[in-house]
Design a protein around this ligand. Sequence first.
Ligand code: NAD
Length: 282
Amino acid sequence: MIKKVGVIGCGQMGSGIAQVCAQAGYQVVVSEVNDEFLDKGLSSIDTYLARSVQKERITQQDKDAIIGRIKGTTSMNDFGDCDIVLEAAVEDMKLKKDIFHEIDGICPQHAILATNTSCLSVTEIAAVTKRPDKILGLHFFNPVPVMRLLELIKTASTSEETVKISKEFGESLDKSVVTVQDSPGFIVNRLMTPQILNAIKMLESGIATKEDIDTGMTQGLNYPMGPLALADLIGLDTLLYIANGIHEQLKESQYIAPPLLKKMVSEGQLGRKTGKGFYEYN
Ligand SMILES: NC(=O)c1ccc[n+]([C@@H]2O[C@H](COP(=O)([O-])OP(=O)(O)OC[C@H]3O[C@@H](n4cnc5c(N)ncnc54)[C@H](O)[C@@H]3O)[C@@H](O)[C@H]2O)c1
């Protein structure tokens, strides 16, 4: 039975994952590389919940209880009594392998270790551990407290028991769980990435303005946000990692990142998280 959840990384996704787990009543320990990143992540949870109190979605008492269930740390040794660990560090295969190798040696035998990777091979990550039957992908969507979908990615080695426990865990977070075999980009990113890259290519070649491209998709297809606004929300660095990651595996030209995306990332224009991407944010 899952009682204690570990979350690795307290960035956009990790902070949201820690929050929804604590909201569902789990004890949560969330790690970051240093105190500065940890404080930033924990304060974003605090801000989100304070807004929920203001909007009367939860009470101040609920907020205090949720915050009380989240412990921040900069040491992965604190995952020693977790029943499940959800990794949400940067989208980089070497980093994820190092993390999984380390937590495999720290977590109890029964613990399930899941990655929130957007497109990397879960099979390759599982191979660095001694428990490939307990490894899978649990891919949340951004913003985690709002988006209902959770992709459950199973490898050839993931046991049925791990799938069952993880599916029930996802449902306990009020997520709608879809299951997919380990494959580049899984379901959503495999379909969504070419569309966002095409929108960037259209902007780059001057076919239309960013506003008109986004309005085309929101008003023409009833999308809640246009592809360029969505790219800003995802984070342009993460989008580039996803495009490169899928392209490396599938070798399909539709996943080649356009020069404009690479330029913006190299200039630190990463979207909402840096205040500037295709649009500007306060
Ligand atoms: N941004 C999205 O829309 C989105 C959606 C679904 C999945 N994802 C995936 O989630 C993961 C995280 O993405 P994000 O958008 O939250 O990125 P982010 O840059 O906002 O956060 C990543 C965090 O991980 C931390 N980190 C790096 N190494 C660490 C380590 N060894 N231990 C603990 N923390 C560490 C970083 O300091 C950073 O704060 C990626 O794998 C990404 O592909 C992202």
